[in-house]
Design a protein around this ligand. Structure first.
Ligand code: PEP
Ligand code: MG
Length: 321
Protein backbone atom coordinates (compact mmCIF):
# COMPACT_ATOMS: atom_id res chain seq x y z
CA UNK A 1 0.00 0.00 0.00
CA UNK A 2 2.75 2.43 0.97
CA UNK A 3 4.41 1.90 -2.42
CA UNK A 4 1.16 2.57 -4.24
CA UNK A 5 0.78 5.78 -2.27
CA UNK A 6 4.13 7.10 -3.49
CA UNK A 7 2.45 8.35 -6.65
CA UNK A 8 0.74 10.99 -4.51
CA UNK A 9 4.07 12.60 -3.61
CA UNK A 10 4.36 16.01 -5.26
CA UNK A 11 0.66 16.05 -6.13
CA UNK A 12 -1.84 18.57 -4.91
CA UNK A 13 -4.45 17.43 -2.42
CA UNK A 14 -7.53 17.65 -4.59
CA UNK A 15 -11.04 16.26 -4.69
CA UNK A 16 -12.35 14.44 -7.78
CA UNK A 17 -13.98 17.70 -8.86
CA UNK A 18 -10.88 19.84 -8.38
CA UNK A 19 -11.22 21.48 -4.96
CA UNK A 20 -7.78 21.89 -3.37
CA UNK A 21 -7.30 21.20 0.34
CA UNK A 22 -4.20 21.25 2.53
CA UNK A 23 -2.59 18.31 4.30
CA UNK A 24 -0.16 19.21 7.06
CA UNK A 25 1.87 17.32 9.64
CA UNK A 26 1.84 17.31 13.43
CA UNK A 27 5.32 17.31 14.93
CA UNK A 28 6.62 17.40 18.48
CA UNK A 29 10.33 18.05 17.90
CA UNK A 30 12.38 19.79 15.19
CA UNK A 31 13.84 16.51 13.86
CA UNK A 32 10.36 15.36 12.89
CA UNK A 33 10.13 18.04 10.20
CA UNK A 34 12.22 15.70 8.08
CA UNK A 35 9.51 13.05 8.32
CA UNK A 36 6.91 15.65 7.38
CA UNK A 37 8.79 16.48 4.19
CA UNK A 38 9.40 12.83 3.30
CA UNK A 39 5.65 12.35 3.39
CA UNK A 40 5.10 15.50 1.37
CA UNK A 41 3.31 17.50 4.05
CA UNK A 42 2.17 20.83 2.66
CA UNK A 43 2.97 22.46 5.96
CA UNK A 44 3.20 21.88 9.69
CA UNK A 45 -0.30 22.19 11.14
CA UNK A 46 0.80 21.68 14.72
CA UNK A 47 4.29 22.00 16.13
CA UNK A 48 3.95 21.10 19.80
CA UNK A 49 6.53 23.01 21.84
CA UNK A 50 6.31 21.08 25.12
CA UNK A 51 9.50 19.12 24.29
CA UNK A 52 11.49 22.29 25.01
CA UNK A 53 10.23 22.39 28.57
CA UNK A 54 9.99 18.72 29.54
CA UNK A 55 12.56 16.23 30.87
CA UNK A 56 14.91 18.87 32.18
CA UNK A 57 15.52 20.94 35.29
CA UNK A 58 15.07 24.55 34.16
CA UNK A 59 13.22 26.67 31.62
CA UNK A 60 14.59 26.93 28.07
CA UNK A 61 15.86 30.44 27.37
CA UNK A 62 14.92 32.62 24.41
CA UNK A 63 17.98 31.61 22.39
CA UNK A 64 17.36 27.88 22.69
CA UNK A 65 13.73 28.31 21.69
CA UNK A 66 14.61 30.61 18.81
CA UNK A 67 17.03 28.00 17.40
CA UNK A 68 14.41 25.24 17.59
CA UNK A 69 11.71 27.29 15.84
CA UNK A 70 14.12 28.64 13.24
CA UNK A 71 15.32 25.12 12.37
CA UNK A 72 11.79 24.00 11.49
CA UNK A 73 10.87 27.21 9.66
CA UNK A 74 14.01 27.02 7.52
CA UNK A 75 13.49 23.37 6.80
CA UNK A 76 9.90 23.94 5.64
CA UNK A 77 10.75 26.91 3.41
CA UNK A 78 7.59 28.58 2.07
CA UNK A 79 5.29 26.00 3.61
CA UNK A 80 3.27 27.29 6.57
CA UNK A 81 4.42 26.24 10.04
CA UNK A 82 1.91 26.61 12.86
CA UNK A 83 3.75 26.71 16.15
CA UNK A 84 1.58 26.21 19.19
CA UNK A 85 2.49 28.05 22.35
CA UNK A 86 3.18 26.05 25.46
CA UNK A 87 0.55 23.52 26.53
CA UNK A 88 1.91 22.16 29.81
CA UNK A 89 -0.27 21.12 32.71
CA UNK A 90 -3.00 18.53 32.47
CA UNK A 91 -1.17 15.28 31.84
CA UNK A 92 2.05 17.11 30.92
CA UNK A 93 3.60 18.11 34.20
CA UNK A 94 6.90 19.94 34.55
CA UNK A 95 8.65 19.35 37.87
CA UNK A 96 10.65 22.60 38.10
CA UNK A 97 7.54 24.81 37.75
CA UNK A 98 5.18 25.54 40.61
CA UNK A 99 2.24 23.45 39.47
CA UNK A 100 -0.39 22.89 42.13
CA UNK A 101 -1.65 19.40 42.98
CA UNK A 102 -4.98 19.15 41.19
CA UNK A 103 -7.95 16.87 41.61
CA UNK A 104 -8.82 17.25 37.91
CA UNK A 105 -5.68 18.24 36.01
CA UNK A 106 -7.46 18.17 32.64
CA UNK A 107 -9.93 20.74 33.98
CA UNK A 108 -7.22 22.76 35.60
CA UNK A 109 -4.25 24.97 35.25
CA UNK A 110 -2.77 24.27 31.82
CA UNK A 111 -1.80 25.76 28.49
CA UNK A 112 -2.95 29.36 27.86
CA UNK A 113 -4.33 29.51 31.40
CA UNK A 114 -0.88 28.92 32.83
CA UNK A 115 0.89 31.14 30.30
CA UNK A 116 -1.36 34.15 30.98
CA UNK A 117 -0.67 33.83 34.69
CA UNK A 118 3.05 33.68 33.91
CA UNK A 119 3.63 36.40 31.32
CA UNK A 120 7.37 36.45 32.13
CA UNK A 121 7.58 32.84 30.92
CA UNK A 122 5.13 33.31 28.02
CA UNK A 123 6.87 36.42 26.68
CA UNK A 124 10.16 34.55 26.32
CA UNK A 125 8.40 32.12 24.00
CA UNK A 126 6.62 34.87 22.06
CA UNK A 127 9.87 36.78 21.55
CA UNK A 128 11.61 33.63 20.34
CA UNK A 129 8.74 32.95 17.92
CA UNK A 130 8.79 36.50 16.56
CA UNK A 131 12.54 36.40 16.06
CA UNK A 132 12.27 33.08 14.22
CA UNK A 133 9.46 34.39 12.00
CA UNK A 134 11.79 35.91 9.41
CA UNK A 135 13.14 32.44 8.53
CA UNK A 136 9.94 31.01 7.07
CA UNK A 137 6.16 31.13 7.06
CA UNK A 138 5.21 31.21 10.74
CA UNK A 139 1.72 31.18 12.24
CA UNK A 140 1.22 31.29 16.00
CA UNK A 141 -1.50 29.28 17.74
CA UNK A 142 -2.80 29.41 21.32
CA UNK A 143 -4.05 26.19 22.99
CA UNK A 144 -7.03 25.54 25.33
CA UNK A 145 -8.81 28.82 24.76
CA UNK A 146 -12.19 29.01 26.45
CA UNK A 147 -13.11 32.68 26.16
CA UNK A 148 -12.40 35.82 24.16
CA UNK A 149 -10.56 37.55 26.99
CA UNK A 150 -7.83 34.92 26.81
CA UNK A 151 -7.34 35.61 23.12
CA UNK A 152 -7.16 39.33 23.73
CA UNK A 153 -4.73 38.92 26.62
CA UNK A 154 -2.46 36.61 24.61
CA UNK A 155 -2.46 38.97 21.64
CA UNK A 156 -1.71 41.91 23.94
CA UNK A 157 1.39 40.07 25.18
CA UNK A 158 2.33 39.30 21.58
CA UNK A 159 2.05 43.04 20.83
CA UNK A 160 4.22 43.81 23.83
CA UNK A 161 6.84 41.36 22.62
CA UNK A 162 6.77 43.05 19.20
CA UNK A 163 7.25 46.48 20.76
CA UNK A 164 10.19 45.21 22.77
CA UNK A 165 11.87 43.72 19.73
CA UNK A 166 11.25 46.86 17.69
CA UNK A 167 12.83 49.02 20.35
CA UNK A 168 15.83 46.67 20.35
CA UNK A 169 15.99 46.91 16.53
CA UNK A 170 15.40 43.16 16.17
CA UNK A 171 13.41 42.23 13.08
CA UNK A 172 10.36 39.98 12.74
CA UNK A 173 7.73 39.38 10.05
CA UNK A 174 5.02 41.98 9.85
CA UNK A 175 2.21 39.67 8.77
CA UNK A 176 2.22 36.72 11.17
CA UNK A 177 -1.21 35.09 11.45
CA UNK A 178 -2.35 34.20 14.94
CA UNK A 179 -5.02 31.63 15.59
CA UNK A 180 -6.46 29.43 18.28
CA UNK A 181 -7.17 25.81 18.92
CA UNK A 182 -10.82 24.98 19.31
CA UNK A 183 -10.71 22.24 21.90
CA UNK A 184 -13.08 23.29 24.66
CA UNK A 185 -16.85 23.05 24.13
CA UNK A 186 -17.20 26.69 25.23
CA UNK A 187 -14.86 27.82 22.46
CA UNK A 188 -16.76 25.72 19.93
CA UNK A 189 -20.09 27.18 21.04
CA UNK A 190 -18.86 30.78 20.79
CA UNK A 191 -16.77 30.08 17.69
CA UNK A 192 -18.77 32.67 15.71
CA UNK A 193 -17.58 35.35 18.14
CA UNK A 194 -14.03 34.04 18.39
CA UNK A 195 -13.76 33.91 14.60
CA UNK A 196 -14.10 37.70 14.46
CA UNK A 197 -10.92 38.04 16.52
CA UNK A 198 -8.45 35.53 15.10
CA UNK A 199 -6.92 34.62 11.74
CA UNK A 200 -7.65 30.90 11.88
CA UNK A 201 -8.95 27.98 13.92
CA UNK A 202 -7.51 24.53 14.36
CA UNK A 203 -9.87 22.01 15.93
CA UNK A 204 -8.17 19.94 18.63
CA UNK A 205 -10.33 16.86 18.66
CA UNK A 206 -8.25 14.97 21.22
CA UNK A 207 -9.35 17.41 23.88
CA UNK A 208 -12.64 18.48 22.30
CA UNK A 209 -13.89 14.90 22.50
CA UNK A 210 -12.88 14.43 26.12
CA UNK A 211 -14.48 17.69 27.23
CA UNK A 212 -17.63 17.27 25.15
CA UNK A 213 -18.14 13.71 26.35
CA UNK A 214 -16.92 14.42 29.90
CA UNK A 215 -14.67 11.37 29.48
CA UNK A 216 -11.01 11.64 30.48
CA UNK A 217 -8.92 10.80 27.43
CA UNK A 218 -6.53 8.72 29.56
CA UNK A 219 -9.09 6.82 31.65
CA UNK A 220 -9.66 3.31 30.32
CA UNK A 221 -12.88 2.89 32.29
CA UNK A 222 -14.63 5.55 30.23
CA UNK A 223 -12.80 4.85 26.98
CA UNK A 224 -16.07 3.70 25.37
CA UNK A 225 -17.44 7.21 25.91
CA UNK A 226 -14.41 8.84 24.35
CA UNK A 227 -16.20 8.56 21.05
CA UNK A 228 -15.28 10.46 17.85
CA UNK A 229 -18.39 9.13 16.11
CA UNK A 230 -20.84 10.55 18.66
CA UNK A 231 -23.33 12.78 16.84
CA UNK A 232 -22.74 15.50 19.45
CA UNK A 233 -19.03 15.64 18.69
CA UNK A 234 -19.62 15.69 14.93
CA UNK A 235 -22.27 18.39 15.12
CA UNK A 236 -19.98 20.54 17.23
CA UNK A 237 -17.20 20.19 14.66
CA UNK A 238 -19.61 21.17 11.89
CA UNK A 239 -20.67 24.22 13.88
CA UNK A 240 -17.06 25.39 14.25
CA UNK A 241 -16.34 25.00 10.54
CA UNK A 242 -19.50 26.91 9.60
CA UNK A 243 -18.72 29.71 12.07
CA UNK A 244 -15.19 30.11 10.71
CA UNK A 245 -16.39 30.34 7.12
CA UNK A 246 -19.20 32.71 8.03
CA UNK A 247 -16.53 35.10 9.30
CA UNK A 248 -14.18 34.47 6.39
CA UNK A 249 -11.37 32.69 8.22
CA UNK A 250 -9.91 29.27 7.44
CA UNK A 251 -10.24 26.28 9.71
CA UNK A 252 -8.05 23.24 10.15
CA UNK A 253 -8.00 20.25 12.44
CA UNK A 254 -4.95 18.95 14.28
CA UNK A 255 -6.40 16.32 16.61
CA UNK A 256 -5.99 12.65 15.76
CA UNK A 257 -9.30 12.58 13.90
CA UNK A 258 -7.89 14.68 11.06
CA UNK A 259 -6.04 11.60 9.80
CA UNK A 260 -8.79 9.09 10.52
CA UNK A 261 -9.63 7.46 7.20
CA UNK A 262 -13.34 6.95 7.96
CA UNK A 263 -13.88 10.55 8.97
CA UNK A 264 -11.89 12.41 6.32
CA UNK A 265 -14.74 12.34 3.73
CA UNK A 266 -17.10 13.69 6.36
CA UNK A 267 -14.82 16.59 7.36
CA UNK A 268 -14.18 17.23 3.68
CA UNK A 269 -17.93 17.56 3.14
CA UNK A 270 -18.19 19.92 6.11
CA UNK A 271 -15.67 22.17 4.35
CA UNK A 272 -12.59 21.68 6.53
CA UNK A 273 -9.73 23.59 4.85
CA UNK A 274 -6.68 21.95 6.40
CA UNK A 275 -6.07 18.50 7.89
CA UNK A 276 -3.03 18.11 10.13
CA UNK A 277 -1.95 14.63 11.16
CA UNK A 278 0.84 12.16 11.83
CA UNK A 279 3.16 12.42 8.82
CA UNK A 280 2.63 8.73 8.08
CA UNK A 281 -1.05 9.30 7.29
CA UNK A 282 -0.63 12.10 4.76
CA UNK A 283 -0.36 10.22 1.48
CA UNK A 284 -3.21 7.90 2.39
CA UNK A 285 -5.36 10.93 3.20
CA UNK A 286 -4.46 12.53 -0.12
CA UNK A 287 -5.64 9.38 -1.88
CA UNK A 288 -8.91 9.34 0.06
CA UNK A 289 -9.65 12.98 -0.78
CA UNK A 290 -8.93 12.32 -4.47
CA UNK A 291 -11.75 9.77 -4.55
CA UNK A 292 -14.53 12.10 -3.42
CA UNK A 293 -16.33 14.96 -5.10
CA UNK A 294 -17.58 17.79 -2.91
CA UNK A 295 -21.22 17.07 -3.75
CA UNK A 296 -20.81 13.44 -2.65
CA UNK A 297 -19.04 14.51 0.52
CA UNK A 298 -21.73 17.11 1.32
CA UNK A 299 -24.44 14.53 0.85
CA UNK A 300 -22.62 12.26 3.26
CA UNK A 301 -22.63 15.06 5.85
CA UNK A 302 -26.38 15.57 5.47
CA UNK A 303 -26.96 11.87 5.98
CA UNK A 304 -24.58 11.35 8.87
CA UNK A 305 -25.67 14.37 10.87
CA UNK A 306 -29.19 13.01 10.91
CA UNK A 307 -28.16 9.70 12.45
CA UNK A 308 -28.97 9.27 16.10
CA UNK A 309 -26.22 7.06 17.45
CA UNK A 310 -22.53 6.60 17.13
CA UNK A 311 -22.93 2.99 16.04
CA UNK A 312 -25.10 4.08 13.10
CA UNK A 313 -22.52 6.72 12.21
CA UNK A 314 -19.71 4.19 12.38
CA UNK A 315 -21.63 1.80 10.15
CA UNK A 316 -22.32 4.50 7.57
CA UNK A 317 -18.68 5.53 7.48
CA UNK A 318 -17.30 2.01 7.21
CA UNK A 319 -16.04 2.43 3.64
CA UNK A 320 -13.25 -0.13 3.90
CA UNK A 321 -15.05 -3.28 5.05
C1 PEP B 1 -5.88 18.12 20.67
O1 PEP B 1 -6.30 18.30 21.81
O2 PEP B 1 -6.57 17.62 19.76
C2 PEP B 1 -4.50 18.48 20.32
C3 PEP B 1 -4.07 18.42 19.07
O3 PEP B 1 -3.68 18.86 21.34
P1 PEP B 1 -2.97 17.86 22.36
O4 PEP B 1 -3.22 16.47 21.87
O5 PEP B 1 -1.53 18.25 22.38
O6 PEP B 1 -3.68 18.18 23.64
MG1 MG C 1 -5.21 19.59 23.14
Amino acid sequence: RQDKLKKFIGKKTMTKDGLVRELAANIAAPEEAELALENDAEGIGLFRTEFLYMNRTELPDEEEQFEAYKAVLEKMGDRPVIIRTLDIGGDKNVTYLDFPEELNPFLGFRAIRYCLEHPELFKVQLRALLRASTYGNLKIMYPMVSNLEEVRAANALLEEAKQELSSESISFSSNIESGIMIETPAAAIISDQLAKNVDFFSIGTNDLIQYTMAADRLNEHVAHLYDPFHPGVLRLIKKVIDAAHQEGIWVGMCGELAGEEHLIPLFLGMGLDEFSMNPGNILQSREIISKWSMSEARELVQEVLNLTSSSEVKKRLDFFK
